[in-house]
Design a protein. Structure first.
Length: 277
């Protein structure tokens, strides 16, 4: 789902529709056009997407032999994916290089809190669910509050139900599915002291991701571009030793390379000595 622009500066979204169903040549032409128009493409893909979507994306990048396509697949629910994509669209208007912008996705993921109210957790496999919760899920009318990111939480909703939220000022998006519940807007949002709340349509992949269509999905986020920009630019930048783009963090999103020695255990101080018999 592509969220509406946050302001008039926000870059429009490029939605790659039906990647696993349309002819490969059509996908190649579409991605090639985007690269010709914009230079680089950062694809934010949900784990709720069909497996064929990821295979098609990798095939397209390989066939185009392009090092200008970054694939990022964070473990966020669909609404969180939509929020992250919009934040990157906001930052795309700033003086950030493609490598830094692509790397910013990992950084901004830490500031997104995602969850849902579910009518059943019997098919939920994204968050640990105990036997008691599974048993209570069969009780008519039972509802559960779940946090999937950044730390898994699960409670049965009742008068004392509570979930830990962000410790910074944030806005909240709410997307209602087929579950009649106002717990998020009436109880959770006030307890988290959110700065504002907006409703949006439920993403198409949400029911698959959460294991049920009876849900209300929610997500808190930082909406202001100056705050996002300050977060990204406050992190030390380096140059990817493999493809040469500027990056932040320990992995290049375009080529997946890590700094030399990053994954290698420290060598003993005397391992360079020549053994003697």
């Amino acid at each position: 789902m592509a969220l509406p622009a946050q302001d008039e500066r926000t870059m429009p979204a490029v939605v790659l529709h039906d990647l696993d169903r349309q002819p490969l040549e059509q996908t190649l032409d579409g991605v090639r056009t985007v690269l010709d128009q914009h230079g680089h493409l950062i694809v934010v893909c949900s784990h709720g997407a069909a497996d064929g979507v990821l295979r098609r994306l990798r095939t397209v990048r390989s066939l185009l032999e392009s090092d200008r396509i970054a694939l990022y697949r964070p473990g966020l629910p669909p609404l969180g994916i939509a929020v992250l994509a919009r934040q990157l669209r906001q930052l795309a208007t700033c003086d950030l290089s493609p490598g830094v912008l692509a790397s910013a996705a990992r950084l901004l993921t830490h500031y997104v809190h995602c969850g849902a109210v579910l009518g059943s957790v019997t098919r939920l496999d994204r968050v640990p669910v105990g036997l008691k919760a599974h048993a209570k899920s069969w009780v008519p009318g039972a509802q559960f509050g779940v946090i999937a990111h950044p730390e898994p939480q699960l409670v049965r909703i009742g008068p004392e139900a509570a979930l830990s939220g962000p410790d910074f000022g944030a806005w909240m998006l709410v997307a209602k599915g087929q579950l009649p519940s106002d717990w998020v807007t009436a109880s959770l949002a006030p307890s988290w002291n959110v700065l504002g709340l907006r409703e949006v349509p439920l993403p198409a992949e949400s029911a698959r991701w959460w294991g049920t269509a009876k849900l209300v999905e929610f997500c808190t986020y930082l909406p202001d571009l100056p705050v996002l920009y300050q977060l990204v630019t406050s992190v030390r930048q380096s140059v990817c030793h493999w493809c040469g783009v500027d990056v932040i963090g320990d992995r290049c999103v375009f080529c997946s390379a890590t700094p030399p020695g990053h994954d290698r255990p420290d060598r003993p101080a005397d391992d360079s000595r020549t053994p003697t018999g």
